[in-house]
Write a protein that binds this ligand. Structure first.
Ligand SMILES: Nc1ncnc2c1ncn2[C@@H]1O[C@H](COP(=O)(O)OP(=O)(O)OP(=O)(O)O)[C@@H](O)[C@H]1O
Ligand code: NI
Length: 415
């Protein structure tokens, strides 16, 4: 077993600006397993897009910068290919004797982005590519190959001067030795699969000859052309027609099951999350507040922030209410839990030190960054208030009340 397909480990992504350093992503951890759909949710500005763009390194660097952390991509085929192509950049844990002799952990060099953890003879059987250290040349190989990034903006993702067929053929041939005729056949097949009627004719059309929804399908077809192990998709705030969006999501899921492809989907729509996610990562102000199985998390939201988010979900709580208060300053984030200034249950410990570690939730497939789930507090305090979070009397238990004069945040579903 080579572990999860993708492991984000202590990722820090910053932007150096005239106003100071923006701590957009400030030490987050989560995994994506092969074949599963993980949704990242959170209010606008919480760092979802920066996280997804850190993975495919589509981040503008500079001003962007990843000073700390790793993004381990554990697709074995990719690890083997890149170990072959970049032999000088391989860190071989197996070959190093230091561990045996008790010299402690060996240091991976800055330019060593392929880490081999286990071999069977010559063959690599466990290891990863660290996407944060990979040079542009290696990233080009990975991007649009084993990791595809779908921008859900048809306007900018397609090249207006080439036919859609040409663009799909290019994507196919970039990563495999496929002759023109075979690639064209596969392009037609892909268009057919994403639900474009009369694909054999449409393959020779230009992007402007397609409607918005059909363009979106073409973009998905291009992303699938290389048979990616992981598809990263960031939902835009200027959303497409909801029915088209639902169709495309349904389509993605069908194809995903066929190809055993993992999907990392960024959204602030909890309805979409309920529909497509296997697991959920809840982000707030550059930190992960909670992760978990989608059923466990919806049934038993553990973090007060997740609870507040769910309260804003239509049909769940009172959807006219948004969470009181606003995101903390990204250049000068507060100590302790980022959500503490808005949390009805915050106690003194919540306002000092680092963001609390992710504690496992008892009997659930969930982890939560909240002191109440540690040994010193009773988590029932944050759980009982769920259904009455809008009731102001419920705010007085467990700790200081959020400042009522503070600015109302943008609603969670602000598209
Ligand atoms: N190029 C940049 N320069 C400076 N700050 C940036 C840059 N890009 C993003 N940020 C900041 O990083 C933080 C996280 O932004 P991000 O776009 O990841 O949020 P998001 O969760 O995707 O929000 P939305 O739901 O609105 O898309 C924000 O404070 C944002 O202002
Ligand atoms: Ni975003």
């Amino acid at each position: 077993m080579n572990g999860p397909l993708l492991s984000v480990v202590d990722l820090h992504t910053q932007f150096h600006t005239d106003e100071g350093t923006v701590h957009a992503v400030d030490g987050i951890d989560f995994d994506v397993n092969a074949g599963e759909t993980v949704c990242i949710v959170g209010e606008s500005g919480s760092g979802k897009t920066v996280t997804s763009e850190s993975i495919t390194k589509l981040l503008p660097i500079p001003p962007g910068d990843i000073p700390e952390g790793r993004i381990e991509f554990r697709d074995l085929e990719t690890v083997r290919e890149l170990a072959d192509a970049f032999p000088r950049h391989v860190f071989d844990v197996v070959e190093g004797e230091d561990r045996e002799q008790g010299h402690g952990e060996q240091q991976v060099g800055d330019d060593q982005f392929v880490v081999v953890e286990e071999r069977s003879g010559e063959d690599i059987t466990r290891g990863y590519v660290d996407l944060t250290r990979a040079p542009e040349q290696a990233l080009r190989h990975i991007r649009g190959g084993d990791v595809a990034h779908v921008f859900q903006n048809p306007q900018s993702a397609l090249d207006p001067v080439y036919t859609v067929g040409w663009q799909i053929v290019e994507a196919i041939q970039l990563h495999s030795d496929t002759d023109d005729a075979t690639a064209r056949e596969r392009a037609i097949d892909l268009l057919d699969r994403v639900g474009i009627p009369d694909a054999a004719t449409r393959v020779d059309n230009y992007p402007h000859e397609f409607s918005g929804g059909m363009k979106q399908r073409v973009i998905v077809a291009i992303a699938l052309a290389s048979n990616p192990a992981l598809l990263v998709a960031d939902e835009p705030t200027t959303a497409l027609d909801v029915t088209i969006q639902a169709q495309i999501l349904g389509l993605l899921q069908e194809i995903q099951d066929d190809l055993d492809m993992a999907v990392l989907f960024v959204t602030h729509d909890l309805g979409v999350v309920a529909e497509i996610a296997d697991r959920v990562v809840v982000m707030y102000a550059g930190e992960v507040m909670e992760t978990g199985d989608v059923f466990d998390l919806f049934e038993n939201p553990a973090h007060p922030y997740t609870r507040a988010l769910l309260e804003c979900l239509p049909g769940r709580g009172d959807e006219t209410v948004s969470i009181d208060g606003s995101l903390p300053s990204p250049t000068a984030p507060p100590d302790g839990c980022r959500f503490a200034p808005r949390c009805p249950h915050a106690v003194e410990e919540c306002t000092t030190g680092d963001q609390p570690p992710l504690h496992p939730v008892e009997d659930r497939d969930q982890t939560v960054s909240c002191v109440y789930y540690g040994d010193d507090y009773d988590e029932r305090v944050v759980q009982t208030a769920f259904s009455s979070a809008q009731d102001s009397s419920a705010r007085t238990d467990g700790g200081p009340v959020a400042d009522d004069d503070s600015v109302r945040s943008e609603a969670v579903s602000d598209e």
